[in-house]
Structure formats: C-alpha cells, structure tokens
Design a protein around this ligand. Sequence first.
Ligand SMILES: [Zn+2]
Length: 108
Amino acid sequence: MTRRARPQPCRWCGRDVADTGIGRRRQYCRQSCRQRAYEQRAATQGALPADAVVLSAAEAAELSDRVYRVRCAAEDVVTALDEGAQTAELRELCDALMRAVKAADGWR
Ligand SMILES: [Zn+2]
C-alpha cells in the first residue's frame, strides 16, 4: 500500500503548497506568506540559517497546544476502542480527531 506523498509545506506557515505540475515548485502557499518570509529573512539576516522557521513564543505555544489536542483526541479513540465502544461513538471520536488534525496543520 502506498501512502500519499506529503505535499510540500509552505516555508512560512507550513500548510500544503499546491503543486501546479508546471515549472519550479512553489515554496509558499500564497503571496502574503512569501512576503512575510522575505521580511523575516531581512530582519534576521546573518543571525539564522536562511531557511530557518522562526516562531514567536506565543506561536510556538499555540502550535504545541494544537498538537496536544490531536494527541488527546487520538487517545480518546484508543480508550473508546479498548472499552468496546460502538461504531457511532467511534465515528464521532474520529470526526473530533480529524477536526483537531485539521486545526493543527501548519506551523502558525
Ligand atoms: Zn503559507
């Protein structure tokens, strides 16, 4: 079984960058991400590797929170399975897990 390849993450926000299939691969999901990355590179020039992803403490804490909510939602699924939950309940927990995963996608 082959898994879908992870689309390239935007170098600013980490969300998927659509592959147009033509020309050079885009590095940013939208123009505003490209602009923000350019400004950050200009502001931190020489202090950090050019491809560094710099998050503020608040952004890093929020990312950590979003990932933690994914972990909790996944643990809920495991617990429900261990306790012999019915399909309808598992379906709801999987929906909650998917919502948490979608909210966690991206660095900011
Ligand atoms: Zn982006």
